[in-house]
Design a protein around this ligand. Sequence first.
Ligand code: GLN
Ligand code: ZN
Length: 760
Amino acid sequence: MTTQNKTTTHILGYPRVGSQRELKFAQEKYWRGEIDQKELKEVGSLLRHRHWGDQVGAGIDYVSVGDFAWYDHVLSTSMLLGHIPKRHNNGFPDLDTLFRVARGKAPTGCACAASDMTKWFNTNYHYIVPEFSADDQFNVSWQQLFEEVAEAKKAGHDVKPVLLGPVSYLWLGKEKESGFDRLSLLPRLLTAYQKILGKLAGLGVEWVQIDEPVLALELPKEWADSFKLAYQVLNGSTKLLLTTYFDNITHHLDKIVELNVDGLHIDLSASPEQLSEVVAALPQDWVLSAGVINGRNVWRADLAQLLSVLQPVKEQLGSRLWLASSCSLLHSPIDLDLETELNPEVRQWLSFAKQKCREVTLLAQALDGSELAQQECLQYSAPIKARVTSELVNNAEVRQRTAAITPALAERKAPYAERARQQRTALNLPLLPTTTIGSFPQTNEVRTQRRDFKAGRLTEAEYNTALKGHIADAIERQQKLDLDVLVHGEAERNDMVEYFAELLEGFAVTRFGWVQSYGSRCVKPAVIVSDIYRTKPMTVGWTCYAQSLTNKLVKGMLTGPVTILGWTFPREDLTREEVANQIALALRDEVADLQAAGIKVIQIDEPAIREGLPLKASQWQAYLDWAVNAFKISAASAEPQTQIHTHMCYSEFNDIIESVAALDADVITIETSRSDMELLKAFEEFDYPNEIGPGVYDIHSPNIPEVEHITQLVEKAEMLIPAERLWINPDCGLKTRNWEETEAALRNLVTAAKSLREQW
Ligand code: GLN
Ligand code: ZN
């Protein structure tokens, strides 16, 4: 193939945090005042150069610039546009302005409420929500992007700046005042974008990646229509690659092909089936950036298979075909080479950001006709092909068990009303029973002990003794507080998912597989590599130990199947439903074992149900159906007199209340205090039949809730839900609080419950 026909390669963005989480540690040091801004900026620059180097080293044509962010790329966009919340807007915005908007405070300047943070589409990344008012102005302001472009150019790279597009930027924000529509700000916003593009052109930029991920959503008409104006105004100074990701965009394709841009990127990992339709509709002079290397998961790409899919497209498009990651690699861990402790068989199935760059270029070389590369693609795919029949992956017993799931398996043995009757006798709880959500303070002591145990400085016996000490301490404190249903406190858990991932068969846990969740916070999701099953009880020992110390009820504590699935890297050769069912069956056995050991109350946490919703509302119900079913399978081994709790901690139940009710948990505890019990309305309107514990104080805040305040909230709740079906509990687990705050808050909670009990 001639060089003119060469496939151009790029990625949509690289993880910014650093393979050793260098950015996180530097940010936190800066916030604590241990390093100055100059030192922090040096770390940023070092990481950017390293990450460009990783891309160039892999043979990527354009390095991405503008994907680096000091906290979040949506917030970077706000800074670039000089669009800062009014309360933070004093003087020219600088790095500390950015931190103040994100965190409410920075080493300099005054403290003011931080902006809200919310999930980036259906990922576990959180962005800072832009705040819009009718009189907002946009002016090219913060120079970081331009400086980074110059920095990359100086290092000799071909750069492709990444910008969040104007329509997505508006969509992702929210109005701060009523009676105005943020879409009306578009014309003003476009003027600023025009200036940005002009400046980039002045720096010698040829292509700009302009991200409009909202195109994957089912948009209201006026939003879908707004793209036309936006891209009429924007084109001119540089070429624009319109990037979409996380789902297919064919529902907007007729509008997209009318836009005044120079190319389109589609996510072919999330939606491979859109390829032919998009190719057929692609305007003659556009490039197509095929996002074939999955940016959101850790699996090695099947390059041989991709090669055969893309070859006809290459023949049709020639040099107009670009190859890329499906979305930004922000959502994948950085370097598989660091995982020296992974089982070698498993390791050859995986690929992290650094390796994914090489996948893009290898595939491009193969497409461009290199026989060597074509051979390499075949070899590269061999382990994934072998995985299909690997004994490590496939467990016939597990498959038989999921195949044998019947609708009846998901049903409790008696309807709620009957269960409630039996539970009243079996549990003998007072009106307005008090409980907590599971975890108690994860003290430095516990964390150090866990680290020492993992590093071999504590023996297993020593570690277990230490944990028993923490459990005994938690039980004693709860007894003194006179709570009604106690918990063991989760001292043995580093994380509510990783704990189970380590104990169940079927998961691999990485050492450095960190992914940014928000700001300096990273998570290290486990990987579901094979069929999941349980070889031994996971929580029975700790729960029974706790129960042996008290005459009060101790609530067993499990993480539900949908949440375990949602907070891990899933395998892709099975449906999510199938994997959720495998986990559900393992948990079902745990529920049975807890019950057999005498535990009468068991909580199965499902905080991730809502965030697993597909991007397109038309697909919600299908998801909710299997998600609810998986939860029910895990719970239904409980006898009628065993009380099943669940817990969810997100706002908004309105649109999924039917499914929440379908979980048929005997008790659900939810986060409501910040909404002043507003969220309970959905339950009232739906005539939610089972018991509810609306959280009566916000565990994210160190403030101690007053008895008065708790009382008022419960009184408010009682107007919506009858007292006989109300529980009193905090909003969520208490692991991030200290004991002093925890005890003071719970003391007030119990006092409020007791006085209301007397009155009612
Ligand atoms: N049981 C868990 C805890 O208390 C629940 C955490 C959560 O809802 N995210 O920590
Ligand atoms: Zn919670």
